[in-house]
Each structure stands twice: as C-alpha cells, then as structure tokens.
Design a protein around this ligand. Sequence first.
Ligand SMILES: Cc1cc2nc3c(=O)[nH]c(=O)nc-3n(C[C@H](O)[C@H](O)[C@H](O)COP(=O)(O)OP(=O)(O)OC[C@H]3O[C@@H](n4cnc5c(N)ncnc54)[C@H](O)[C@@H]3O)c2cc1C
Length: 387
Amino acid sequence: MNLELTDEQRLISETAREFVDREVVDRARDNDRAEKFDRELASMLGDMGYLGAPVAEAHGGRGLDHVSYGLIVEQIGRGDSAARTVVSVQTSLVCGSIERWGTAEQKQRWLPRLCSGEALGCFGLTEPDTGSDAASLRTRAEPSDGGWVLNGQKMWISLGNFAEVALIFAQTEPGSGPKGLACFLVPTDSAGFSSQEIHGKLGLRASDTASLALDGVEVPEDAMLGGIGDGFKVAMSALDSGRYSVAAGCVGICDGCVASSVSYATERRQFGVPIARFQLVQELIADMIVKRDAARLLVWRAGMLKDEGKPSTIETSIAKLYATESAVECANAAIQVHGGSGYVDDHPVERYLRDARVTTLYEGTSQIQKLIIGRDATGISAFLPYE
Ligand SMILES: Cc1cc2nc3c(=O)[nH]c(=O)nc-3n(C[C@H](O)[C@H](O)[C@H](O)COP(=O)(O)OP(=O)(O)OC[C@H]3O[C@@H](n4cnc5c(N)ncnc54)[C@H](O)[C@@H]3O)c2cc1C
C-alpha cells in the first residue's frame, strides 16, 4: 500500500493552493456578505482547468486522475465553498454526465465550452415534492413531433440562474418509476424555461441557487442524454462523482479550520499565555486534525478506486458522510477556539460552519448515505420501511 502522492499530484495540489490563496480567499468574505455569485471567479476557475479536470483532453478537459481532481477540490473548498460548488456541479454533475452518457455530438457541443468556463451548466434533479426520493420526480416529458415537451418544476438548483444548459430529469411514463426516467440537455434560453433566485440561505450565500420552471419546453429527440430508462442511472453516476467532490471540498474546510485555529491559538493570549498553552484548547485542535486526516484518507481511497476503474459507490458514500459531518464539527470547534472573534467574519470559521451545514444535506443527506452503507453491509434495504 502506498499513501504517498506522486510528484505530479503534489504539484497540482500546491498550484491549486497558491491559486486559492491568491485569488479566492480574499473574495470569499466579500461575496458572502454581498450574496454575490462571482461569475468572474467561475471563469478564472475555468482558465485554470478546474472546471473539467478529470474530463478527457479531447473534450476540453485536463484528463487528470480522480485523486488529483480531489486535491484541487480540497484546496478550493478550503478557500470558498461557493466556488467549490461551481467546480463540483460543473465538473462532476454536468461535464461528467455528458462525458459518460453523451453522444459524440452532445460532447462536442457542450464539453469544451463547459470545461473552459465559457458556459455554465446545472443539474436539475430535485423538485419541490421530491428530494431524497428522486425516482418519484414529477417533471413530465411527453413525446411530440420529432422530440419532447417538458413540463414541471425543479428546486434548489445550483447555478440555475447562470447556466446555459440544464440537465433536466423527467418522467416519460408516469407510474413506471425509474424505468420511465430520462435526462435531457435543455438550453436555458428555450421558450418556456425560466429560473428564479432563492435567497435567505444559512450559508453558501455566494453560490447561485434557483428554482426552475419548465412550461411546455420543446426539445429535439437528440437532447436526450442516454435513453429512456437511463435517467436514474445518469443521476446516480453523477452523484457518485458529485459526492466525491463534496467530500474533498469538506476536507478543505477541515484543513482551513485547523490552520485558522492554530494561528489564532498561538497568537491570542489569556491568563498571560497563548491560549494554545491550554490543554482544553489543544484538545479542540487535535480532534480537528484527526477528523481532517481521516476524511482525507477516505477521499483518497474513493479516488484511487475510481482511478482503478473499480466500484467505489460505497466508499464514496462513506467518504461523503464522514467528511461532511466532520466539516460541520470542525467548523463548530474552530469557532470555539476563536472565542467571540469566531462569531464574526474577520476569520473564515463562521462561514465555514454556515457553508459546511448544507453538505450533509445535498447530494444525498447523511441519512441517505447511511442507508446506502447499511444496505451494502446487511443486504437489506431500509430505504422504505416496508421493503
Ligand atoms: C444550497 C442547495 C443546493 C442544492 N443544489 C442542488 C442541485 O444543484 N441540483 C439538485 O438536483 N438538487 C440540489 N439540491 C437539493 C438537495 O440535493 C436536496 O435538498 C437533498 O437531496 C434532500 O432533499 P430534500 O431537501 O427534499 O429533503 P427530504 O428528502 O425531504 O428529506 C428531509 C429529511 O428526511 C430524511 N429522509 C428522507 N428519506 C429518508 C429515508 N428513506 N430514511 C431516513 N430518512 C429519510 C432526510 O435525510 C432529511 O433528514 C440543493 C440543495 C441546497 C439546500
């Protein structure tokens, strides 16, 4: 077993660290305060090759391995979870799905512009009445002359107000469950497509979140990604990569909590000594370090399995569950180390807590990850109480 990164992976991580320190960290607080989606920063991420890192070079990506992709996402997550959300959605959910399921024409049309950041994409799975139970979604696709007509609503869609293309999951045959689901690549300037901003979020305030309405949106036959009945598989394969990306970003949050806490604890003095002198403060920091390292190793394991082409769904769920819960715990503990100073945004730790909180909800809640892990261990599905 070799837990060492390659020289190239170390360089990729270092380059991402420097980019984040130079370009992302200073913007994060201002964008969070202003609730501003930073389109310019999204373009810069594209210029760095961070919006399609694992996508093949032939399609405009960088053709990097998944461990390297995770290292990049960790650094961006340390700087700003809103920027990290752009990377995760664009790379894992949108580009990854098109690369895996798309036709040559679909790849050629969308991937180079998405990988470069010239265009943004969004992933429309969740609806007002269906979240964890995604297979029950209600958006309807009805056949029309040479194509499909889409009607329905999507909820909580990241990048939905800025995207040029939306992956829209829809039911072609009501009552047939996953068998009737299909995914469509829908240009967001299509007649009948509209989006609305969602405000008032606890965290991720600089991330764009939208509700989408599809009111008789007509798309041609070749807008379908995969076939009828592939929609659920498209969604699950996307989430397999998306959860990995969220987990890697949360390792970055844990790391940022450690760095900020160590810096603060060694400078801040009480009772005549730096607070780092107090064992109870060191305990807070030591617990964060253990969680960060454990989360990082779980992410690396999932990434290595992906790179070997081996099944990694369970290991990805384990990494996502542990890293996201750890990020919340580390951010909470980091605020404790900072005392009252941790409660305002002079330090990143209060934003870390607000931003980390959503990671145990989206891309499958922590409960859903536990159900996936438990089903694998016991052979019994507990998703439905009566199954
Ligand atoms: C900021 C933000 C950005 C998002 N971005 C996107 C996006 O880009 N695209 C997209 O499609 N979606 C997105 N989402 C939606 C997100 O994926 C869903 O919120 C998530 O899947 C949970 O669904 P829900 O909110 O409907 O909660 P529900 O499914 O209603 O769950 C509520 C509670 O019930 C629990 N629960 C549900 N079913 C079970 C069960 N079988 N057993 C035990 N407990 C259960 C859940 O764990 C949770 O605690 C985003 C959400 C947010 C908040």
